[in-house]
Design a binder for this molecule. Structure first.
Ligand code: NDP
Ligand code: ZN
Length: 179
């Protein structure tokens, strides 16, 4: 049975790596994009002790629909409905203006499922740690500041779901003078 879990995780890593193959992160080194979903899954396993396969698969796949040509139908066929539903919950509607997308993340955070909240918390922690390491290409320090403030509002709607990750996020918010 343990072997089956490994295979299912490798299927997700492989799928995400292929889908994100031409993308880079916004940091000064233009890190390969796949480092992000893998790192988000690793926060869940190694920092939060999460073993729920659905959560870990969703973490690995969480940006495939938002940032590549992947469809929910494709995910459902390959990985099943449970994983796809979590990815759906953490995917922004790119047809909306970015200000509206950011507002909706704050609104939807409190009513999302426990599984989606875990992925969101780890995603936010990964991105904020990235921002702490350096300002993304083309970003002003003001824009970074706004991102920390907005993230805090999203995270406040995700609380009570993962003490380990929330503690790490709070360290960052305290360092930034937001708590
Ligand atoms: P964001 O501004 O929200 O970009 C941040 C996202 O980029 C993260 O959530 C993360 O998403 C991803 N990302 C990639 N590399 C990094 C990294 N090194 N560190 C942190 N995050 C990284 O989204 P958009 O690029 O779509 O920009 C649109 C938004 O930016 C709008 O709200 C707009 O108003 C605002 N904006 C603000 C400006 C300003 O000066 N204040 C100027 C221009 C736009 P993921 O987890 O999905 O990879
Ligand atoms: Zn992400």
């Amino acid at each position: 049975q343990e072997g089956d879990v490994s295979i299912e995780l490798i299927e997700c890593v492989d799928f995400a790596a292929i889908k994100h193959r031409n993308q880079r992160r916004k940091d000064s080194d233009s890190t390969p994009y796949i480092n992000h979903p893998v790192g988000v899954a690793r926060i869940l396993t190694s920092e939060a002790g999460i073993k729920d396969l659905i959560v870990l698969q969703a973490a690995l796949l969480h940006d495939t629909v938002e940032d590549t040509d992947t469809t929910f139908e494709e995910l459902e066929k390959k990985f099943g409905k449970a994983v796809t539903d979590v990815v759906r919950e953490v995917t922004d509607d790119k047809s909306l203006p970015s200000e509206e997308r950011k507002r909706l993340q704050i609104v939807h955070a409190p009513t999302s499922s426990h599984e989606a909240k875990l992925v969101k918390l780890a995603d936010k922690l990964y991105n904020l740690r990235d921002l702490c390491k350096g300002t993304p290409r083309g970003w002003s320090s003001r824009r970074c500041e706004e991102y920390f403030k907005w993230s805090k509002k999203v995270v406040d709607g995700l609380r009570g779901n993962c003490p380990a990750i929330e503690k790490e996020l709070d360290k960052i918010f305290i360092a930034k003078g937001l708590m």
